[in-house]
Design a protein around this ligand. Structure first.
Ligand code: 26W
Length: 824
């Protein structure tokens, strides 16, 4: 069957869907449930993808092309069906075909659970990168874990977050392919004995009494846009190696067999739902080694099929480590090269350091992975020996370069204070170290990684993040996508810089009216979602002010809600005051054990309860908390936003990527000069953004030199004081004086945190209030606002992940494009 829009066969497609419903569910299409139709449609789509998948892989083989392996603990893919149809350029055709059968594609898409194998920015970035790599014709694998349960589902009960398991595989996953024949063994624990090989005289290392697990890969197709390229996301499942067989049953080992089965499975049970917070759990290190060892074994086997010199691995393979989570790849690659392939240390080190590269995604100290040495060596005894040797050699390099400066050893070695510092290993072994926005990279070079930068400046480079316009405009905002195409052609779909052609239209009144009309329709669409999910009526003519992202203190959702409490006080006190109606929308998951984050969610919901039900304010203020914020509902939110809240404490947000999704959809940034906001303002112009707050340098100076006391501000700003006092006086807690005590203390009490108001909320409060006033004034001026909104879309071209990927390819991976010819 053919599918791409140039050759779509509607009737064949409809027949296939009907046949699939019969074959899968023994039903006629009329009797099938939406979930069953989703399955039937997906299998029809997969059938076509498979052909392109085969062709692509054959082409890569023929060209013997260099391949990047993107190693990541997280791939936040979201739904596949709609995205695959978009990239196969068959979305509209399929929608019409289904319409003729009285089936609504939107309803069918809604049947698919999000593949939520990630927490937030880092995981979604990996997903965008895969989309861009396939679209740009680059050979690539994503390597990760097939978590049985992805990111938890969030329910809001009585204003509190309640986590429930995300059983995303319950109905089966039509797009995945189990690849039994590529299963690998991964070993944990035990002891290491070494022997001299009587022939070669080389040391050989023998691991004994270990526990082993079978890693089985599942492949998911990654469809490029309109180019028939299909790359692979390979995620690993874990199984016990001892097959649970009648044999063991007979021997009375039944229980042991089941037990082993369960122990093995546990490895891939669940994604750790911490974002930017390291918890040091043994099972997490197991997950890391599990998928890394399996992926490296597989890539070496693949390489060796057609190459005989493993010393040249780096000519055909680049390994990108997505943060420190996969950095055990460094010693594992060394182990495979030395113990299995028989290379000596120097040879293996050369291969490893020419193959592995590292991306840093955070400067938050609590996010850095430092494994206790005893845990690490017990779980991975041979790997630990290798880490020790890497460290020993590196320390002698430090001493050679900086004689007498022992503090350099303390600051840069891998093993220190009983810990294995994973970031240090990644930097030492990686041939490239990159940050994810210009400011972030500069902070790494000047502060956090200063010593490394001084010692090896040539490794450091910046790769400002990006997002895929295929999902976040073409799929998420079809009205705007069609309008843009109507105005400037469809080149933007694969070349986002084309959006700059919209700039001339900013002075065209008709164009602006159309642009704002589309925004309005998207707000109506979101209002409907809110009515259905929250039971709240929101006015699509009000300003939709949106903050959606993980809940974290440094992202300062608390600043946002304190400001709303302030506005509410103002409106109550001055009912005559002119105030443009606002709808404040939040979406955020809090890590399950993060108390202050959870308290913030409760606060937002409580303020919402009070404010939304206060008839005296005539609906001027509405507050909505979107339950279970995730990729699929994010698409609706970006399309409908008027204002993009990007209000992190300057220096703390490495890049941000939500900021780019809002911008693309025509929502100006209300934000601090942090992460990629800096570059957004540079592209769009300061007059088309609303910037406030301390600069990153000011924050860093306060952090280093002290001199900030929030209590002074508290006592000198009575309106702010009143808001903070309202956390304790029962206004938003039905009289309970303890409900928000942790939040209150985090702002004022030095005994609770190392420093009160760690994230400078009081310090930035007034500046935020002023910026919000400017937003209101700008919005009142329809002409001005429509220009601002359109300029944001028009200037967002830089923030495509296509641009980011081209930079990685040119500076780090050195890949060649491989074309896939149409085979029918
Ligand atoms: C070990 C626990 C842990 C888990 C996740 C530590 C760190 C993380 C991630 C690095 C957190 C994350 O998603 N970071 C975000 O990465 C995005 C993509 O580069 C950036 O846009 C965000 O600014 C950054 O917070």
């Amino acid at each position: 069957m053919l599918m791409y829009s140039d050759s779509f066969e509607k009737e064949t497609f409809k027949e296939t869907v009907k046949d699939n419903v019969k074959a899968l569910f023994r039903k006629q299409i009329e009797e099938a449930t939406p979930q069953q139709i989703f399955q039937a449609v997906s299998y029809a789509v997969k059938e076509i993808i498979i052909d392109d998948w085969l062709t692509t892989q054959a082409e890569y083989r023929k060209k013997d092309a260099k391949t990047v392996y993107y190693m990541s603990m997280e791939f936040l893919m979201g739904r596949a069906l709609g995205n695959n149809l978009i990239n196969m350029t068959a979305y509209k055709e399929v929608r019409e075909a289904l319409e003729e059968m009285n089936i609504d594609l939107n309803v069918i898409e809604d049947q698919e659970p999000d593949a939520a194998l990630g927490n937030g920015g880092l995981g979604r970035l990996a997903a965008c990168f895969l989309d861009s790599l396939a679209t740009l014709n680059y050979p690539a694998y994503g390597c990760g874990i097939r978590y049985r349960y992805g990111m938890f589902k969030q329910k809001i009960e009585n204003g509190y977050q309640v986590e429930t398991p995300d059983d995303w595989l319950k109905e089966g996953n039509p797009f995945e392919l189990r690849r039994e024949e590529y299963a690998k063994e991964v070993r944990f624990g035990g002891t290491i004995r070494f022997e001299k090989d009587p022939e070669t005289g080389k040391d050989t290392f023998i691991q004994e009494n270990y526990e082993s697990v079978r890693a089985v890969p599942y492949d998911m197709p990654i469809v490029g846009y309109g180019n028939h390229v299909v790359n692979t996301l390979r995620i690993w499942d874990a199984e016990a190696i001892t097959n649970f067989s009648l044999d063991s049953f007979d021997r009375g080992d039944y229980h042991k067999a089941v037990e082993q089965e369960n122990l093995a499975k546990r490895i891939v049970d669940v994604l750790y739902p911490n974002d930017n917070h390291y918890a040091g759990k043994e099972l997490r290190l197991k997950q890391q080694y599990f998928f890394i060892s399996a992926s490296l074994q597989a890539l070496i086997a693949k390489y060796k099929k057609h190459h005989d010199d493993i010393r040249k691995l780096y000519e055909k393979v680049a390994i990108q480590m997505n943060d420190t989570h996969p950095t055990v790849a460094v010693p594992e690659l060394m182990r495979l090269l030395i113990d299995v392939e028989g290379l000596d240390w120097e040879e293996a080190w050369e291969v490893t350091t020419k193959t592995c590269a590292y991306t840093n995604h955070t400067i938050m100290a609590e996010a850095l992975e430092k494994w206790p040495m005893d845990l690490f060596s017990r779980l991975l005894p041979r790997i630990f020996q290798i880490v020790q040797e890497i460290d020993r050699r590196f320390i002698s390099e430090i001493r050679a370069k900086y004689p007498g400066q022992e503090e350099k050893v303390e600051k840069m070695s891998i093993l220190w204070g009983g810990q294995v510092r994973m970031a240090h290993m990644a930097i030492i072994a990686g041939y490239s170290v990159n940050g994810v926005a210009r400011l972030h990279t500069e902070i790494l070079k000047g502060q956090e990684l200063k010593d490394f930068y001084e010692m090896m400046p040539e490794k450091f480079n910046n790769k400002t993040n990006g997002i895929t316009q295929r999902r976040f405009l073409l799929h998420g905002n079809p009205l705007l996508a069609d309008w843009v195409t109507g105005r400037i052609g469809d080149g933007w779909i694969t070349d986002l810089s084309k959006l700059e052609n919209l700039k001339v239209l900013v002075n065209d009144e008709q164009a602006r009216r159309e642009f704002m009309q589309i925004k309005y329709k998207n707000k109506v669409r979101l209002a409907k979602y809110i009515k259905e999910h929250n039971g709240i009526n929101v006015d699509p003519r009000s300003i939709f002010d949106v903050q959606v992202k993980r809940l974290h203190e440094y992202k300062r959702q608390l600043l946002n809600i304190l400001h709303i409490m302030y506005l509410y006080n103002q409106i109550k006190e001055h009912p005559e005051m002119s105030f443009y109606p606002r709808t404040f929308i939040f979406g955020a998951k809090a890590a399950a054990g993060y108390l202050r984050a959870k308290e913030t969610i409760k606060l937002i919901n409580s303020v919402a309860d009070v404010v939304n039900n206060d008839r005296s304010i005539n609906g001027k203020l509405k507050i909505v908390f979107i339950e279970d914020y995730r990729v699929s509902n994010a698409e609706l939110l970006f399309a409908a936003a008027d204002v993009s809240e990007q209000i992190s404490t300057a220096s703390k947000e490495a890049s941000g990527t939500g900021n780019m999704k809002f911008m693309l959809n025509g929502a100006p940034t209300l934000g601090t000069m942090d992460g990629a906001n800096v570059e957004i303002v540079e592209e769009v112009g300061a007059e088309n953004a609303f910037i406030f707050g301390l600069s990153s340098q000011e924050v860093i100076n306060y952090e280093n030199n002290g001199g900030y006391n929030p209590v002074d501000i508290y006592f000198n700003d009575w309106e702010l004081k009143r808001v903070i006092d309202q956390l304790m006086d029962g206004t938003y807690s039905g009289g309970d004086h303890n409900m928000y005590r942790n939040l209150y203390n985090s702002l004022l009490n030095t005994q609770c945190t190392d420093r009160a108001d760690t994230y400078f909320i009081l310090k930035d409060f007034r500046s935020y209030v002023e910026a919000q006033k400017k937003v209101e004034a700008a919005y009142r001026d329809e002409n001005r606002w429509s220009k601002i909104a359109m300029m944001n879309t028009a200037c967002s071209g830089k923030f495509t992940s296509d641009r980011t990927i081209e930079e990685y390819v040119k500076d780090i991976w050195k890949l060649e494009k491989v074309g896939v010819s149409l085979v029918q």
